[in-house]
Design a protein around this ligand. Sequence first.
Ligand SMILES: Cc1cc2nc3c(=O)[nH]c(=O)nc-3n(C[C@H](O)[C@H](O)[C@H](O)COP(=O)(O)OP(=O)(O)OC[C@H]3O[C@@H](n4cnc5c(N)ncnc54)[C@H](O)[C@@H]3O)c2cc1C
Length: 496
Amino acid sequence: MSRALLAALALAATTVADTCDTVASQTSITILNPLTLAYTESQGEYWSTACSDLAPSCILEPETTAEVAAIVSILRDNNETFAIKSGGHNPNNYFASVEGGSQISTKSLNEVIFDPATETVRVGPGNRWDDVAAALDGTGYTVVGGRIGNVGVGGYLVGGGLSFMSAQYGWAANSVVEYTLVLANATILTVSETSYPDIFMTLKGGGNNFGIVTSYLLQAYPQGDVWGGNLIFDATPENSAALLAAVRDFTEYYPDEKAAVIVTAERTLATLADIWVMFLYYNGPDVPAGVFDNFTAVPHITDTTKTQTYSELVSGNNWSVLKGQVYTIGTETTPLPSAADGPEIMGAIFDHWVNVSDTAALVPGVVASIAFQPIPKQLASIARSKGGDMLDLDADVDRIMFELDYSFLDDADYATIDTTMRDTYGGFQSIVQGYQASGMLPADAYLPLFQNDCFYPQNYFGRLRPEKLALAQQVQAEVDPDGFWTERTGGFKIPA
Ligand SMILES: Cc1cc2nc3c(=O)[nH]c(=O)nc-3n(C[C@H](O)[C@H](O)[C@H](O)COP(=O)(O)OP(=O)(O)OC[C@H]3O[C@@H](n4cnc5c(N)ncnc54)[C@H](O)[C@@H]3O)c2cc1C
């Protein structure tokens, strides 16, 4: 072995333990070490087992913003990679997970403090959305958050955040009024629209490129009982056609800003069991006549909809969070086709998904799902009226944002599914572009990607408006000129 290689290995050996050892010797921050129960349990919190399999050298659980800043200071003095983890629901490997470096878990930054006087709630990134909903239960208020309770607050909000209340109040990020942020130089900033307007904007969909958010101050909204639950349908050709038409119509005619749906098709490829699972939500105890009729008229095999508290609904949706599988997530965006062209275009997209998912049928345990997520003009308008965000949707067109998921049993099949995922969203983009070229979809529609649903190679920042990308680059140059977050931790990175 050459001396240079020995020196490099020695350096690697010392840097691997560096952050954990230094935090242990210089601070009283809680550290979970490998081969302990607490470490193993924490690793089990990821949605995807592929993230759980990446083993950090230790897990750091700071309890205060000052402790997060102390960790960042220590990281500045070495060259280790690290991960920032909130709920661990992002299934992209190395985004909130790391092999060998330290993991900063926000788990103990878990405050939920409601202030009725200002109608705001201070929420720590260590919470999951069902924790937040439960803490606010009975106050008569809630915040705009995740549709499935188990999703974490931290990653969801820096990714924008699509909520059941988004047609009413915008992206979840539009209701953040203040961030507590630890910068790359370990400075702590209180970021609001007036204190640091550019950083404030970039945090609304800019991911983890600007710092670690240790607290979110969220606008609270009056909240009573809600109506919602699931409908499950057999995926017969008739049902599929009816549901595709219904979700198209719902997006265009958006019947009521208090209403929301996620329309999901699922294929368990080994058994050829194809179903549709629909999530319905109405922000009130009773649904006005007609709001969901196009969906409820389709013959269904299960109906769990009922009036319940918001907290019950959000935690009730946790049934859909199945652990023990490797997950991948991806997305694409289409302008909404007209009612006349809907059957052809929605049908082409659906058929493409069926055909590509078939190519992965031999992967053990594979389940393919596609969610049709309505993004009506109304959402774009309300988002802009609340000050805007990095996605900066216009109200020129209605849109559908697809969420694609492939889950499977064995990490060894990741490369196969990686190709399948790229083929799925890549094909969607080709289909959309084809219909734009033929004039059946608006050619000049702005079609960004929704970060929270992006697969790791997708060009989130490249699909934003050029001025938003330029803002992200400018703020990054100001607050992280050395590329600390870019070089040292995973996530969607700002292109130079
Ligand atoms: C079952 C399920 C349902 C979902 N439903 C929705 C939904 O309704 N709406 C929606 O918008 N998305 C949804 N998503 C997507 C989800 O929002 C993203 O996966 C999001 O990244 C998860 O948030 P998290 O806190 O669990 O993230 P993590 O996986 O912990 O982190 C994701 C990314 O955010 C960064 N990050 C985390 N915390 C912080 C912080 N405090 N400061 C800076 N960076 C941070 C991490 O470094 C990482 O890069 C869903 C995902 C799943 C699996």
